[in-house]
Design a protein around this ligand. Structure first.
Ligand code: AMP
Ligand code: ZN
Length: 470
């Protein structure tokens, strides 16, 4: 599999540090209002990439943070007359809802910056000790000149940057030893959340948060670090400098950056006010349409949001779903089983399996979801032509299995709507859970036996009770 690595600016073979395992960190949103559809782009594309890695058999440790202390959060809190904590926890909740509605799987861990302050103080202390950071009047700065490779990710000309920064000097920053030095810790201002530290009562800078959370949950060197391309400089450049200097080993082997989602060919951003929230879009569209729209472009290409493209995505999704439903109807109760098929039917099933290989080939090429989606459409066409209404159920079930598998890698839910039977089983499971909670084990056992008689096996998982047909 090849990934375009922003660090080397080339497509490289992906080789994880530990065979079979992938560690991945994706910079998450700053939680001061509802997420907009621009924020949804990295969430969707990297969730899809994670699903693909898992589809290929890799075990993925996927970490994505919430930035829950920041000037914008404090400003929103002051405007509403509530605490910064209240704003952050409210919008973390809302963000989780939006993610679920977009079928974005929760990360293995979603760390929050404010719960990791000790780690930040440790890392800053280490950087000072080793001459990579210095304190002035309670503020700690990272010394960019102390890291020889500073600028390696953004490929920027540092001298140009330095002179640019000198012209644009911001008041209060005169104490920096170099214009490119950046804040690791800053003293609190009146009314701001703060934590005790050896340098001042204050709070961490944004960049150190990600370095510390990546280290804590993934280790000193990680496989993949990802985020929007606006984060390359300074955020990711600074993360590399901090982590490499503090840990003494390379930080991330591969850097993936998504291009921006634009609106009317202009950058969509909260500060420009030209954005739609995911919640706005959900009022008009099934968010699966938004998901398909995002995946219809390569993640490194800018994507322009428009009503027309959303309508096209809606029609595309319907086309795939109609095919899936037709296959389900033909399949009836039959299970996907190639061994019972003969002659042409067997050949059709084998040809259908080829679509998985083609799909993987596209995804192996730097997660080309646009081309992978085309393979899904080709499969739909193939199914419509080759699995006729009277075809064997096992064949339809097999082609459906393949279609659902590819849909699942893209996070697309193709068969919608619970049957009455599903709803009934779920109601019984809920009843059994309630009985167990009330220590009414006789009722709980009776329900379990009843389900068993109907061929339903219950599985206790970390996500709750799941069920399957046996
Ligand atoms: P923020 O909340 O601004 O820190 O952004 C969270 C994530 O969303 C980062 O990875 C950003 O790069 C990304 N992002 C923000 N705006 C857009 C946009 N218009 N298109 C694509 N990604 C974006
Ligand atoms: Zn980050």
């Amino acid at each position: 599999m090849k990934i375009f690595n922003s660090l080397t600016m080339t497509k490289q073979d992906f080789v994880p540090i530990e065979p079979g395992k992938v560690s991945m960190y994706v910079c998450g949103p700053t939680v001061y209002n509802l997420i907009h559809i621009g924020n949804a782009r990295p969430m969707i594309v990297f969730d899809t990439f994670r699903r693909y890695l898992e589809h290929r058999g890799w075990e993925v440790n996927y970490v994505s943070n919430f930035t829950d202390v920041d000037d914008k959060i404090i400003k929103a809190a002051n405007e509403e007359g509530v605490s910064a904590e209240e704003i952050a926890s409210r919008y973390i909740e809302e963000c989780r809802k939006d993610m679920a509605a977009m079928n974005i799987r929760p990360a293995t861990t979603h760390p929050q910056a404010t719960l990791e302050i000790d780690g930040m103080i440790d890392m800053i202390g280490k950087l000072i000790e080793e001459g990579h950071a210095y304190e002035k009047n309670g503020t700690v700065y990272f010394s960019t000149r102390s890291y020889r490779d500073y600028g390696e990710l953004s490929h920027k000309n540092l001298d140009d940057l330095r002179s640019g920064f000198r012209d644009l000097k911001v008041s209060g920053e005169e104490e920096k030893e170099d214009p490119l030095d950046f804040v690791l810790w800053k003293p609190k201002k009146e009314g701001e959340p703060s934590w005790k530290s050896p340098w001042s009562d204050g709070r961490p800078g944004w960049h150190i948060e990600c370095s510390v959370m990546a280290k804590r949950y993934l280790g000193d060197t990680i496989d993949i670090h990802a985020g929007g391309e606006d984060l390359i400089f300074p955020h990711h450049e600074n993360e590399i400098a901090q982590s490499t200097c503090a840990n003494g080993v390379p930080f991330a082997h591969y850097w993936m950056h998504n291009a921006f989602l634009n609106i009317n060919n202009k950058k969509m951003s909260k500060s420009l006010g030209n954005f739609f929230t995911v919640r706005d879009i959900s009022k008009k569209y099934d968010l699966q349409v938004l998901r398909l729209f995002m995946l219809s472009a390569h993640y490194r290409s800018p994507l322009n949001f428009s009503e027309d493209l959303m309508e096209a995505a809606k029609a595309s999704l319907e086309r795939i779903r109609t095919a899936a439903e037709r296959l389900r109807d033909i399949a009836g109760d039959a299970k996907a089983d190639v061994t019972v098929l003969n002659g042409d039917d067997r050949k059709t099933a084998e040809e259908a399996a080829e679509f998985v290989r083609k799909f993987d080939e596209k995804m192996d090429d730097d997660a080309n979801t646009a081309d992978a989606l085309s393979v899904v459409f080709d499969l739909v066409k193939f199914a419509n032509v080759n699995v006729a209404d009277g075809a064997p159920g096992e064949l339809a079930a097999e082609v459906l299995r393949i279609l659902l598998e590819l849909g699942d890698v893209l996070g697309l839910i193709l068969l919608q709507g619970k049957t009455d039977l599903d709803a009934e089983i779920e109601a019984l499971i809920a009843e059994r859970q309630a009985a167990r909670k009330n220590r009414d084990f006789a009722t709980a056992d009776r329900i379990r036996d009843e389900l068993k008689e109907r061929g339903i096996e219950l599985l206790d998982t970390r996500e709750g009770v799941k069920w399957k047909k046996i």
